[in-house]
Design a protein around this ligand. Sequence first.
Ligand SMILES: Nc1nc2c(ncn2[C@@H]2O[C@H](COP(=O)(O)OP(=O)(O)OP(=O)(O)O)[C@@H](O)[C@H]2O)c(=O)[nH]1
Ligand SMILES: [Zn+2]
Length: 322
Amino acid sequence: MSIHEDDHTGFDRPRKRSRPRTKERPDYSGLPVARVVSVDRGRYRCLLDGSGVTAVRGRLIARKGIVVGDRVRLDGDTSGDGGTLARIVEVLERTTMLRRSADDADTFERPIVANADQLFIVTALADPPPRMGMIDRILVAAYDAGISPVLCLTKADLASPDELREAYEPLGVPILVTEPEADLTEVVESLTDRVTVFVGHSGVGKSTLVNRLIPDAHRATAEVSELTGKGRHTSTSAVAMELPGGGWIIDTPGVRSFGISHVRTGSILGAFPDLAEYAEDCPRGCHHETGAIECALDDAVADGRLAPERLASFRRMERAFS
Ligand SMILES: Nc1nc2c(ncn2[C@@H]2O[C@H](COP(=O)(O)OP(=O)(O)OP(=O)(O)O)[C@@H](O)[C@H]2O)c(=O)[nH]1
Ligand SMILES: [Zn+2]
């Protein structure tokens, strides 16, 4: 008899659970939106939209992990006054997520920046010398994430950009060249009203450039270190800074390598719309590598529809991670 009753309750339970839960979920849509500008050990520094200056520290109560660039809704005290802490209750849907692994042996992917729409690959023309392998890998990460890459070449006073221009023009990557006295109009134009993540090897002159673009960037990063109590060690994670003329720079710490073990074959073809169109005629499962049997990309080059340098560049990208 009791067994029968148990059965009955067993039947009842799923029905109770399947009741719509939407009513239980609070409605956060009226809460203010902020951008996460720095992250340190569970504390998030956020800038409220429209306020321009209000800095808020938030404690995460949403379940998802949060990275710099995330757009979040804040509840509680958003005054930013000393000692106050708002609560991050929701992470808004991301438009992009840039990831890297420490190296290719490390299959753990680390999300580094959310919602960037442009990636500056900051590369010195000398001191340290440019490494095309590294540029290629950062490009692949950008293509995979759906973020438009720009090659930003620094220290043009030390060496010529010609060789790199030749290597990257076929990819259609915009190239900007700077040196200490260079006019930055073109750089500023490219950054205005966009969210641009800066990635580069350490020592390439990333901070020098950021400080020229945002005269009080030093102060911004100093404030961050003050909050995190880490003294001058500000370069341990990404920091987002608003540009005076509109837009954001998200500066990331200098890296020695850029792992892309998370990128899968075929994932970057979408960034090459011209090739993607021809590739529709490829045999099923074609990876379009050099020597691939009946690859339609080779046909497109053979009958002059596609420039050979363009295909060679695409294949170099594919080889960077496969
Ligand atoms: N000749 C020359 N030197 C530069 C230029 N830009 C920066 N430097 C120098 O290069 C060195 C490194 O510059 P930083 O701006 O600190 O480089 P970084 O990329 O921020 O380096 P990390 O902090 O390690 O990420 C400094 O001594 C700068 O003065 C340039 O255009 N030409
Ligand atoms: Zn193919």
